[in-house]
Design a protein around this ligand. Structure first.
Ligand code: B12
Ligand code: SF4
Length: 401
């Protein structure tokens, strides 16, 4: 059998512009260079055949050098929309040195037309990456690769932690599920990952925790699920296993994640999360204005007969010892007919220890004007690693769960 020629693949994670969610300034205080590693690229790295040598450059941690580019036979990038300017610069540099670039991740998947790369390996690539690489090696790669289905993630390999400079990050990341059963109007998640949450097995998750533990990581681990309780039964299947794992090692990891507000209605789930070591959950609160919530299909945040539902939900989760971080969207009041505008009783309550407000100045949040949706961006996600609010507070924008 003939041996395949060794190839050098350079994985590049473009820069985030300074913003609240980039944590650039808070991160410096912690002596770190970035909040979280590029889990998408690390996961893709684990899918390469053995004859590839891989190098990762997270431009939020270190500069992309000409030497890196000269080393590469193929450059692969992963981006969210907010990284698009840095991506353009990377592509221009690759072109000037004659290096082919393949792009993947949520931004190219949503807006491929805007990107001048050579190859587009879109959506989830568990079942398509190898096909692209084989075609590229044979000199017959097409411009675009899209899988025929959303792959089960039970076959997703564990991320290649060995490519990382662990000390540069304030938190590690691990994914249990993809997809969310809700369909909030402003959110990309269902378009990208579908409405039927797909989950990893307990063994997969425990193996990823083991790997983090083995490389010496301690502290924050973000379960980067779109909605950790998207499939409650599956979450309940996993949580006792994590609790046992954590207990055996005296709780080395502070876990945090994102979930929809209906978490507060499921006592066993909250208890199981607390026992597993979840210290914080990000909720997509968005607005205390029920009209705006209904208008944007966020009806899981509204309960008939309980005008303080969101406040009660936050309190219920806090009572379990889980910190709540909240995402709010600015500008929604403008979407609600003037006659229906009001502030919810909870947002008027002055002495409430967890103050939050109807963030309603005309849209100013980190929204994108792409497409027709008032896209307000990710689940504010992870803020808490660095921002660690004791109680929820009406920060900038960001929808999510
Ligand atoms: C973790 C996370 C973050 C972390 C980022 C940490 C980091 N360094 O990457 C934090 C909290 C910082 C963050 C912030 C933001 N985020 Co965010 N975030 C996520 C989240 C929850 C998980 C990403 C992840 O790690 N997934 C796990 C990996 C394994 O999956 P994956 O990346 O999708 O990778 C798979 C495929 O996409 C593909 N793939 C990915 N990259 C590549 C590259 C190549 C070459 C190939 C072939 C394939 C490929 O292969 C993988 C396996 O199938 C996603 C939601 C999601 N489910 O993806 C949102 C998401 C990526 N975020 C989003 C947004 C909008 C933001 C913010 C702009 C929010 C805001 N309001 O500011 C900010 C941007 C940061 C900033 N301001 O500077 C959007 C992006 C939308 C888009 N179309 O681009 C998402 C999709 C959420 C959403 N609601 O729509 N986020
Ligand atoms: S905002 Fe949260 S709950 Fe709504 S669809 Fe997106 S991930 Fe699901």
């Amino acid at each position: 059998m003939h041996e395949l020629a060794t190839r050098n693949a350079l994985l590049v994670y473009p820069r985030f512009p300074p913003s609240y969610w980039g944590f650039q300034y808070a991160i410096e205080l912690l002596g770190k260079r970035s909040a979280m590693p590029p889990l998408g690229l690390l996961t893709v790295a684990a899918m390469f055949p053995a004859h590839y040598r891989l190098r990762l450059v997270d431009m939020n941690v270190s500069a992309l050098s000409d030497e890196d580019l000269d080393w590469a036979d193929l450059v692969l990038t992963s981006t969210m929309i907010v990284q698009r300017r840095s991506l353009q610069e990377v592509i221009a540099r690759c072109k000037s040195r004659g290096k082919p670039v393949a792009v993947g991740g949520p931004h190219p998947t949503s807006f491929a037309d805007e990107i001048g790369a050579d190859f587009f390996v879109l959506d989830e690539v568990e079942e398509s990456l190898r096909r692209f690489l084989a075609d590229w090696e044979a000199g017959s790669a097409q411009r675009t690769y899209r899988p025929e289905r959303k792959p089960p993630i039970t076959a997703t390999p564990a991320p290649r932690l060995d490519l990382l400079d662990l000390d540069a990050y304030s938190s590690m990341a691990l994914q249990f599920s993809r997809g969310c059963p809700f369909d909030c109007e402003f959110c990309d998640i269902t378009k990208l990952f579908g409405r039927v949450p797909r989950t990893k097995s307990n063994d997969q998750v425990l193996a990823e925790l083991d790997a983090l533990y083995e490389v010496g990581w301690r502290g924050s681990v973000f379960l980067v699920d779109d909605n950790f309780i998207g499939n409650r039964r599956e979450a309940l299947r996993l949580l006792p296993a994590i609790a046992a794992w954590q207990q055996q090692r005296s709780y080395p990891f502070d876990l945090f994640t994102e979930a929809s507000v209906n978490l507060a209605q499921h006592e066993p789930l909250m208890d199981a999360m607390a026992q597993a070591g979840f210290r914080m959950v990000f909720l997509g609160i968005e607005s205390p204005n029920p009209e705006a919530l209904k208008l944007t299909k966020k009806s899981q945040n509204v309960r008939r007969g309980d005008s303080d539902f969101l406040l009660h939900a936050v309190r219920a989760i806090q009572r379990k010892g889980i910190e709540v971080s909240g995402g709010f969207i600015l500008g929604w009041t403008a979407m609600v007919p003037r006659s229906s505008r009001r502030r919810s009783p909870s947002s008027r309550r002055p002495a409430s220890p967890g103050p939050w407000s109807d963030c309603s100045p005309p849209c100013a949040g980190p929204t994108s004007t792409h497409g027709s949706k008032p896209r307000a961006a990710c689940s504010a996600r992870a803020a808490a690693t660095t921002a660690r609010s004791r109680s929820i507070s009406g920060r900038s924008s960001s929808p999510a769960c």
